[in-house]
Ligand binder design. Sequence first.
Ligand code: ARG
Length: 389
Amino acid sequence: MTVDQVNGRPVADPHEAEHFVRQFHRETGRTDSLGARLSAVRREIAETGGYVHTPEELAFGARVAWRNSARCIGRLYWRSLVVRDRRHVTRLDEVAAECGEHLRLATRGGQIRPVITIFGQDDAHGPRTLIWNEQLIRYAGYPSVGKGCTGDPRSLGITWLAMRLGWRGRGGRFDVLPLILQSRDEGVRLHELDPGDVLEVPLAHPELDWFGELGLRWYAVPAISHMRLRIGGLSYSAAPFNGWYMGTEIGVRDLCDTDRYDALPEVGRRLGLDTSSDRTLWRDRALVEVNRAVLHSFDRAGVSITDHHTESERFLKHVAREEAAGRSCPADWSWIVPPMSGALTPVFHRAYDETRPRPDFHLDAEARRRAQGIGVLPDCLCAAEALEG
Ligand code: ARG
C-alpha cells in the first residue's frame, strides 16, 4: 500500500470510503451496482492507498456535505447545488479563472444560485491546491491611526499578507481582496478577480434618506473558500461553495459587530437616539434599521437575499422533509438561531440532532490561520507588521 510519506497514513480511510459508497448506492437507488463498486474501491485503496470518485459520487457527496452542514439554516435546497467537477485543474492561473467562472455562474446578474467548484483531491503528499482566502470575495482591512482599521477588520491579516505579496490596496473601506492561491509547483500566488465578476449592492434605506450617505455596501455572493470538503475518506482542500445571503449575516454581523464594520454608533446618532445608555435600547433600534436597509437594497437591486423569518420556516420544513426521508437533521442551535430577534423565529423554540455525519465541510486550524494571513511568517512578526501598517 502506498502511504503518506509524511505521516505514514493511507490517503483514504477504507471504512469511511465503504460507508460512503453504500450510502451513495442506497440513496440514489443503484443497489444493483453496489457490490461491484465496493470491490473496485477496496482494491484501489489496497493498491494505491486511495481511490477516485466517479462524477456522480462527487456530486452526491458535495450535496450531502451541504445537507450535513449543522451551522447552515439554508439547507432546504441542498439537492439543487450545481457541482462543477474541476479535479483536473491544477495550474493556478486556471484555478483563478475557474473561481471567476464560479462567481459568474453563481451570480447570474443577481438571481443567485448555489454552486460548488471542486479542485483535485489531496494525495499522499497533502493538498494540491489551496485557496487562502476565507471567501472568494472579501473586503480588505487596513490598520489606520486613530480609527484602528479602515475596511473590514476581519481581513487585517490577509490584507497585510496580500500586500507583502505585492498587492496594492487602495486603502478604501470596501476594496475587494485578490485571491491568494497556492499549489505545490507554483507556491503562493496572487490573482485579482475581474471586477465584472463581483456584484455589489450599495445600501440605502426605504425611508431614511441619509442612510445612503453612510457609504455602506456589500457583495452579493458569499462563497466560502477555505473549508475542506470530506467525502468517503477523501479530502478536497480547494472546493469553494456559495449560497445566497440571509440579511442578518450582513446587517447584524458583518456591518454591526463591534469587531467588524461597527456601524451602530453612527446609525444611532443619525437616528437621533439617546445613545447615553444601553438601556435605551438604541442599539437594538438602530440594528433593525440597518437590516431593513440591507433587505431593501438587495431587493431594489434585484439580488437574491432571504430574511430570517422566511429562512427559519424553510429550515423547519427541511428538518421535517429529512425526517420523512428517514434521516435526522444535524444542526447547531447557536448557529441556526438568527443573530437578531431569535425568539421571534420558530427555529429558536426547539432542540436539534447533535451528531455530525460525513460527507461534510470541515475547517481545520491551518486553513483558519491561512485565512488570517498568519501562515507564512511567525505569528508575532505578522502581528507586529500588521500593526505598523
Ligand atoms: N456569514 C458569512 C458572511 O457574512 C457568509 C457565510 C455563508 N452564508 C451563506 N448565506 N451561504 O459573509
